[in-house]
Design a protein around this ligand. Structure first.
Ligand SMILES: *[C@@H]1O[C@H](CO)[C@@H](O)[C@H](O)[C@H]1NC(C)=O
Length: 232
């Protein structure tokens, strides 16, 4: 009989620990929600890239270098680096990206909590789901053509070289790059939730661990590096 009373006090102690943990969790959740709410109200104060400038520099780069996309990218990145040297990754380090069934590669120019800027594309074409994101996405076509489809339409949206495809926060489309196509992709809003979409195909389908690791390493380095410089 005595062992029974002993075992009775144990769950009570564990319950005390658990409720303390839950209380801490509740407070942390409350604090985090408050921070998220505050940032959400002032999201545009955190942005360092300018949408009009990105469109303008893309057009000038194409005018200067035509279909020499390597030079187009280099023109854009060096101008961005002149404007915000602390937040631009000059190391043109390409990594595969599988997301929403589409495959291509990307060069991460900037990644922070509220913005990312990459060159995304493929030399062989691809097709997939855009993903439903917590950020606005501006896809500046540097070379090739991108097509997009929205249910209910019977004609594709066509985005040629020099145009911008704006995918609004929360919207989804089917997209296709029928042939070689590269774009300067700029997303602004909440970037961390987008990473789940960016990693899902790698974790569930390709199981390409070195690519996943490289993506994590570059994204983490850029996001944390920017945070340490006070760039959310
Ligand atoms: C790039 O190549 C495509 C296809 O050949 C062509 O239609 C387009 O005009 C070229 N763009 C430039 C800026 O030279």
């Amino acid at each position: 009989m005595p062992p029974k009373s002993k075992s009775k006090s144990k769950p009570a102690a564990a319950g005390g620990g658990l409720s303390r943990l839950l209380a801490i969790f509740a407070v942390m959740t409350g604090l985090l929600s408050a921070v998220v709410w505050l940032v959400e109200q002032n999201l545009d104060k955190f942005y360092i890239f300018d949408i009009d400038h990105l469109g303008d520099v893309s057009k000038r780069a194409i005018a200067a270098h035509g279909n020499n996309t390597r030079e187009v990218v280099s023109y854009i990145v060096s101008e961005l680096n002149e404007r915000s040297p602390a937040h631009v990754n000059l190391e043109e380090d390409w990594v595969f990206n599988n997301a929403g069934g589409a495959m291509g590669a990307m060069y991460i120019i900037h990644a922070s909590v509220t913005e990312y800027l990459i060159v995304f594309g493929t030399a062989v074409g691809t097709e997939g789901h855009t993903g439903r994101h917590t950020a606005d996405d501006y896809f500046h076509i540097l070379s090739g053509v991108q097509l997009a489809y929205v249910p209910g339409e019977y004609e594709p949206e066509v985005y040629p070289q020099g145009s911008v495809h704006h995918l609004r926060r929360g919207d989804v489309k089917q997209y296709k790059m029928p042939e070689s196509c590269f774009a300067l992709e700029y997303a602004r809003g909440w970037i961390p939730p987008m990473l789940f979409f960016g990693f899902a195909d790698g974790l569930s389908s390709t199981l390409d661990i070195p690519t996943l690791w490289k993506t994590t390493r570059i994204t983490g380095r850029e996001m944390i590096g920017n945070l340490l410089k006070g760039k959310l």
